[in-house]
Design a protein around this ligand. Structure first.
Ligand code: F6R
Length: 248
């Protein structure tokens, strides 16, 4: 696992956006699709802002990009204020030339009976395209990646999960109270994340410093799913000074 520390999240995000832009252009030159795994939440907002800028000001095209988001609350309507579909449209998809049929966010409107099959298909689509070229991750205060909470196995598949209490508390502000916060979500499993050819985890601020230390410097354990990334051969934690402040 590599860790790279930047002065602040803006400079860090610009560097990650540049890596993504370079990858998209290499794939374009090869006439290949570029398969991106994307995250929501506060951490990638500055990354998406920079990708939008690269599109608008530097001609970066997303026509060959196919994206798969990590997760979505369940149940969730796509046009609801807190849906990850809406988040992605607001922060990225509406502002670049990615084709609508090429961006995927797990469907929060399915019936319970449909979910298992849907999750298999989600993985099959990624597989059919040759796997994820690059996965962007944030990290939860408990070490979750996607919504793979503590206890998720390294070979876990894409599935419906129960959200940890701490995750629901963190989200409860957006849902105006814990009682309105979803209890479940659909998440890409750890296995597909680990199969990505490149993984970049973003973490900003002092509040992430303890879990960044635990994920990178302690043992690999399912109680901290981000620690599985120690076993990935091309994973980098991109941090600001505060998130890196407890590293030895
Ligand atoms: C979001 C996701 C989550 C977040 C994590 C950190 O798609 O998969 O794992 O990345 O909860 O969230 P923020 O960035 O808001 O601190």
């Amino acid at each position: 696992i590599g860790t790279v520390v930047y002065e602040n999240s803006t400079t860090a995000s610009k560097a990650v956006a540049q890596e993504i832009a370079d990858l998209i252009r290499v794939k374009q030159a090869q006439k290949q699709p570029c398969i991106l795994g994307l995250a929501t939440g506060s951490s990638p907002k500055s990354l998406y802002a920079e990708l939008v800028r690269l599109h608008k000001e530097e001609g970066l095209s997303f026509k060959n990009v196919v994206s798969f988001n990590l997760d979505e609350y369940y149940p969730m309507e796509p046009d609801s204020v807190n849906s990850y579909v809406r988040f992605m449209k607001e922060h990225l998809f509406n502002h670049v030339d990615i084709l609508p049929e090429n961006h995927h966010v797990p469907d929060g409107t399915l019936s319970k009976a449909e979910i298992a099959n849907y999750c298999d298909q989600y993985e099959n689509k990624i597989e059919a395209l040759g796997g994820l070229d690059l996965q962007i991750l944030g990290i939860g205060g408990n070490g979750h990646i996607g919504f793979n909470e503590s206890g998720s196995l390294q070979n876990s598949k894409t599935r419906l999960v129960a959200l940890d209490h701490i995750t629901r508390v963190a989200a409860s502000g957006d849902f105006s109270g814990l009682e309105n916060t979803p209890r479940t979500a659909i998440t890409l499993g750890v296995k597909k994340i680990m199969e990505a050819k490149r993984v970049i985890l973003l973490a900003w601020g002092e509040r992430k410093s303890n879990i960044i230390k635990a994920s990178t410097e302690s043992e690999v354990t399912s109680s901290v799913p981000a620690s599985f990334l120690q076993e990935h051969d091309n994973a980098t934690f991109v941090l600001d000074k505060e998130a890196a402040s407890k590293l030895t």
